[in-house]
Design a protein around this ligand. Structure first.
Ligand code: 6R9
Length: 634
């Protein structure tokens, strides 16, 4: 990761805004907007006015019990009401809300009115299954309309959802499911990927044997595979059957601004996955405002964020922000390069996508196939591009800018996290851009780069990225683990700053250059993967006594896994064991855990208290200085 940094620091190119865009932009003067954002409470109070509240809030921000901040105190609101119902009485009623497209070229359109009815039917069905306000519904679904409908149905009745990415497999699924303790699971028969149908139901069948809380499993017959009603067990029901006959009217539950909205699991460097908990009103204000300003959303836009809904980018920017703004969101199911590497550009041309948001790993992957594919298509509908998930290297930035944006569409490099809920560091379309820099904290956000003590470091010097003041879409806790919430994020700096877990540097203009994680979290193809989860999946294999994994730089995926294993007596690391280990980890965690190399070792570097020092392994691997080894066992 750090190797990239030297390249970044030499990056001096500046790209001026496209003046045609600036003329119509919501924000025409970046500096003035940043200045306005300094009065944080006033700024966010103003942004809350875009919604219909059942009851207005009394106070913007309550800081009396840090770090348990509260936003829009005593306000009453409902997300689904604002994302869907609100538009039914406007001229958006018959506008497409969700444009579903898959790699087979099939499409399905749901207008706001159709979405309204579908959400209501599902909301009523969930109530009939006994789901009450405050309870959790789990979902393990591909990118299909039923996923968006089910999430909105939960919001409508005040239930939380916990979506598990459908690229995670049995082990990861079981852990997340049992932590959230849901009674209802919504899943599907399968998903389309690179010309094949991946069977999801098999994974679920196996996993739920270990999930005692699940009483009902709702199955979306998505790929039309041949499961019959008679194949379902007593606790399973088809989605279509479930909503059959349900009323398409359902009153929106009046939610307190701080009522829980959803849990989304993300990986840390130690222990089990963290159930990041977001609440209602602040999240709504944060995601809608950032999408509106960062991508300059107007009526008539066609928005496409390529992230899977199973990750925070999908939650915030495939479903919630675009619908809260009343825009059309394109939901794509499939691979970026199927049936050929022009697949995405074909969709941009066919539907006239205006704003396009993706990840550096996808750009690097598509770059490999050259300029030929983007040249086949007319991409002139595009106005703003975006990047998220990991630092974008200047080469990928330039390729994206030249070949997709045709040197007229700015690239919004947005830095944020599952925990932050919304973009925090990002340019606006009026900004001067530098390839590889996320530029400045957004208006209303107070960030900094500091040393161990929390003091600002001089420009040009690296340090820890912190957020100094609360922001509306911040997570409120880790599900049923307040202690971990406080310890992991808020303890490190005595000033009470939020510790992001990233290293960063500000250049002479104050622009931020994010340098990657300061902890042992991996970013594989933009997906967050915890070292400890990978290690425990290795150790659950009968051949492995101990395991340590690190991220190894990879030109396409950013990072892949390099594993160091101590094998049990009688085992030897031969090709068949390597294959078996790969299969095992894939079974436990899913395709997100991309294994680069496996190396057999006799010993692992540990501290005297027995903690694996992955830093040492990393330094050895990259041929760097070992650094401080005073805590090393021997
Ligand atoms: C949204 C998302 C968060 C981590 C974060 C950082 C990395 C995300 C980035 C970026 C550099 C960007 N990250 N966006 N690094 N530039 N524009 O990815 O959330 O999965 O929780 O990961 O991703 O390391 O700490 P999440």
């Amino acid at each position: 990761m750090l190797k990239d940094t030297s390249v970044l620091l030499d990056e001096r190119r500046i790209f001026k805004p496209n003046y045609e865009l600036v003329e119509e932009a919501h924000v025409k003067n970046w500096e003035a907007e940043l200045e306005k954002g300094k009065d944080l409470e006033k700024y966010w109070a103003e942004k809350s006015e875009q919604f219909e509240w059942f009851k207005p809030w009394d106070k913007v921000l309550d800081e009396s019990n840090k770090p348990f901040y509260k936003w829009f105190v005593n306000g009453k609101i409902n997300l689904a009401y604002n994302a869907v119902d609100r538009w039914i009485s406007t001229d958006k009623r018959n506008q497409v809300a969700i444009l579903y497209v898959n790699e087979r070229g099939e499409e399905k359109k749901l207008t706001y009115f159709e979405l309204y009815r579908e959400v209501n039917k599902m909301a009523n069905a969930l109530k009939n299954l006994g789901i009450k306000k405050g309870e959790t519904v789990s979902m393990y679904l591909p990118m299909c309309p039923e996923l968006l409908i089910s999430m909105l149905a939960c919001n409508k009745i005040g239930a939380m959802h916990s979506v598990v990415y459908s690229g995670l497999s049995v082990g990861a699924f079981v852990e997340r499911m049992n932590d959230a303790k849901a009674k209802v699971l919504i899943t599907a028969d399968g998903t389309y990927r690179r010309g094949k149908i991946i069977n999801l139901k098999n994974i679920v069948d196996e996993a739920v044997l270990q999930c005692p809380t699940i009483e009902t499993i709702v199955v979306v017959n998505h790929t039309g595979s041949d499961i019959e009603v008679s194949d379902l067990s007593g606790r399973e029901i088809f989605y279509d059957r479930l909503i059959e006959g349900e009323s398409d009217e359902c009153e929106a539950e009046e939610m307190d601004a701080e009522d829980p909205l959803f849990i989304l699991y993300t990986s840390g460097s130690t222990g089990k996955p963290k159930g990041v908990l977001h609440t209602t009103a602040g999240y709504m204000v944060g995601v809608a405002t950032t999408l509106k300003y960062v991508f300059d959303i107007h009526d008539g836009d066609l928005w496409w964020c390529t992230a899977d809904i199973g990750w925070i980018t999908g939650h915030s920017y495939v479903i919630y922000a675009p619908l809260l703004l009343g825009t059309t969101t394109l939901v794509y199911e499939g691979a970026p390069d199927f049936p050929d590497p022009g697949a995405w550009w074909n969709i941009v041309e066919k539907y006239g996508v205006t704003k396009f948001y993706t990840a550096p790993t996808a750009i690097r992957h598509l770059m490999r196939f050259g300029e030929k594919y983007p040249q086949i298509y007319n991409l002139s509908s595009l106005k703003v591009l975006g990047s998220v998930g990991e630092p974008i290297n200047p080469e990928a930035w330039m390729w994206f800018y030249k070949n997709i944006g045709k040197e007229k569409t700015p690239i919004m490099d947005t830095w944020w996290q599952t925990e932050t809920g919304m973009h925090l560091i990002s340019p606006l379309p009026v900004a001067n851009l530098k390839p590889g820099s996320a530029t400045l904290p957004l208006p209303g956000i107070d960030a900094d780069v500091v040393d161990e003590k929390g003091n600002s470091v001089p420009l040009g010097k690296g340090g820890y990225l912190v957020i100094k003041k609360p922001w509306p879409a911040m997570f409120r806790t880790l599900y049923e683990d307040e202690e971990r919430f406080v310890n992991v994020y808020w303890k490190e700096f005595p000033q009470g700053f939020y510790r992001a877990g990233d290293m960063a540097r500000k250049d002479e203009d104050g622009y931020y250059w994010i340098q990657g994680r300061s902890d042992d979290v991996l970013k594989i193809a933009g997906h967050r993967v915890g070292t400890s989860e990978v290690e425990s999946s290795f150790v659950s294999h009968s051949a492995v006594a101990e395991a340590a994994v690190i991220g190894k730089s990879d030109p396409i995926k950013g990072q892949v896994i390099k594993a160091f294993l101590i094998l049990r007596e009688g085992y030897e690391l031969n090709t068949s064991l390597i294959e078996d280990l790969k299969k095992h980890v894939r079974y436990e965690l899913g395709p997100v855990a991309v294994l680069g190399e496996i190396e057999q070792v006799d010993k692992l570097p540990k501290t005297r208290s027995g903690k694996i020092m992955r830093r040492i392994l990393r330094a050895q691997e990259e041929g760097e200085e070992l650094g401080d080894t005073s805590t090393l066992e021997e």
